[in-house]
Ligand binder design. Sequence first.
Ligand code: AMP
Length: 409
Amino acid sequence: MNKLSAPRGTFDILPEQAAKRAHVDRVAAELLEGAGYGRIETPSFEATEVFSRGVGEATDIVQKEMYSFHDDGGRSLTLRPEGTAPVCRAYVEHGMHKLPLPVRLYYLSSFFRAERPQAGRYRQFWQLGIEALGSDEPEVDAETIVLLATILRRLGVAAVRLRLSSLGSPDVRAAYREDLGNYLREHAGRLAPAVRERIELNPLRAFDSSDPVTRQVMAGAPVLLERLGGEDAAHFAEVRGLLERAGVVYEIDPTLVRGLDYYTRTLFEFTSDALGAQSGVGGGGRYDGLVEQLGGVPTPGIGWAAGIERILMAAGEMPIEVRPPDVYLAFEGSPSNAFETLTSAREAGLAAQMELAGRSLKGQQKQAERLGARYFAVVEGDRVRLRDLRAGTEETVARAALVDRLVAV
Ligand code: AMP
């Protein structure tokens, strides 16, 4: 029979890993909830339209990375490849624009992309993400960026770099796209085939190419950042000023491109030099047209998503908070007295375990020590021999008095 294993590009999260992730969750939740973010979880799959309309038909994600399928009614559904479009769909569906603005939401969920697996790139992966909807104030941009910088710092993510840019308003971006397309067509002969094929569909992605000749061509390409007019330029300057006042170090990168179509104005990406080829830890930007695109009232928004696996790879040791047992209940012969005591110990809020593997008394004590239990309690009828494994002392107590005795510690 074939050996069964997790599908290519996926992985199991075993308890030790889960404990590290729980630490990431705690650090993030504490900061974000303190900043007014409420948790949201959307379904693992959505109508495909949420992503084709939301993320954009021309993006790599929609063109080649979605796990889509048809349900019994012939509807096209897709395992979510990202979180922003679903959150905006939920924002519209639940009329959240009536809530006090900005509406601040965060999620910690798994996402699915049919990418070629490699270190740090999976087909199911976890993202922590936030979205702030209903305000286009530059303070909101700066706040979201500072929050991610803080989370990465608190988690000990090493060698972090922040790249920042602005895409301006949709009309500026559209005019620029046109000019960039013309420039790329003029130099089409020197472009890598994959770039050439995407001139019409998504010319901005040409900045992402690793082909050396294409990069030479792109070095002379028109730059969007230099064309930002009045309000867009002022908005970007304010975001930068706020980041500086918050002590966040960044580099301006006019070639920053992200794989989603919905971005406007502020765009940013955190990378870690401690990671290999897949160095992106998290990124995001402003998406002032997205809610409207999904059928809602015009609503500005900004958010980011950070990859949990990349965070874990680039961070140092995570504290693993496992609670050792307060008491390990041992017995010889019938387990029923030990079981009864186990139940009342748990009722009283103690971390209690009992022998379940038929070990000898000596083996049971070894197991209790392995688990780091404070007390080893040998249940003998209505009496208990209670060994304090830390102090090395032993006393005999009535079984009925054991739980009170331990709670009092
Ligand atoms: P994106 O949604 O593409 O902007 O990605 C945001 C972050 O999610 C990236 O910086 C990565 O940390 C993480 N990420 C994206 N795609 C993957 C993947 N296939 N496997 C693991 N992490 C990913």
